[in-house]
Design a protein around this ligand. Structure first.
Ligand SMILES: Cc1cc2nc3c(=O)[nH]c(=O)nc-3n(C[C@H](O)[C@H](O)[C@H](O)COP(=O)(O)O)c2cc1C
Length: 200
């Protein structure tokens, strides 16, 4: 993983008292998504790193959203949402939909990023690395957060380099070469594509 040289508001120090749980979670590297919904209550989108695959058949993904976020009411009213996997060129989109807009932009400003409607009507980022259009399969209250398990109705993929978030810093992926052990020459899995030979 390489760390972007450009500092963004995502690495701004927070005034929160030290919490070992939050500190340990900060050391985890995640992808970055924006969850978005649209309907009678208006358009909402929020930056969410707590996203993962749940099931292949049926196709299910989950996202965890703070119960205090206004997007909860909108997702539940609309019954649909998209999960947009951001690319490394979307750091400003991640900031904007985390309520940290760049100069000249409002928080949660849909002029940041190119938004198009997904089949469900929820907004989707046109050039997201991947975008999942979901209906609510299940909602679970879990402490401070709500877990939405989305049934995936439509998928778009555009490829590209995913944005990574770790230690309050945006980053991008860098392949790791297989470890080398002098006592076991030639050892190591053959399925790893990024060998020293391939890297030349
Ligand atoms: C990279 C990144 C990842 C985030 N991941 C989550 C998440 O998984 N779930 C969540 O509820 N909030 C997450 N947030 C925070 C929300 O985006 C943010 O709290 C929300 O937009 C409301 O902004 P506010 O806390 O300034 O009111 C994340 C923020 C950033 C910058």
């Amino acid at each position: 993983m390489t760390v972007s040289a450009n500092r963004t508001s995502a690495d701004a120090p927070t005034a929160r008292p030290y919490d070992p749980f939050i500190a340990a979670m900060g050391s985890v590297a995640t992808g970055v998504t924006v969850v978005a919904t649209d309907g009678a209550t208006g358009r909402f989108a929020q930056t969410v790193s707590a996203m993962c695959s749940v099931s292949v058949d049926p196709r299910l993904v989950l996202v965890c959203i703070n119960s205090r976020s206004p997007i909860n009411e909108a997702i539940q009213a609309n019954g649909t949402f998209t999960v947009n996997v951001l690319g490394s060129h979307h750091d400003h989109v991640a900031d904007t939909f985390a309520g940290r807009p760049w100069p000249g932009k409002e928080p949660w400003d849909f002029t940041c990023g190119e938004w198009v409607p997904a089949p469900s009507g929820a907004p989707r980022i046109r050039d997201a690395v991947a975008s999942f259009d979901c209906t609510i399969h299940q909602m679970v209250e879990a402490g401070t957060h709500r877990i939405y398990i989305g049934l995936v109705a439509d998928i778009e993929t555009h490829g590209g380099e995913p944005l990574i978030y770790s230690a309050q810093t945006y980053a991008k992926p860098l392949p790791v070469l297989p470890s080398v052990f002098d006592d076991y020459p030639g050892s190591g899995p053959t399925y790893r594509k990024n060998t020293k030979e391939n890297a030349k």
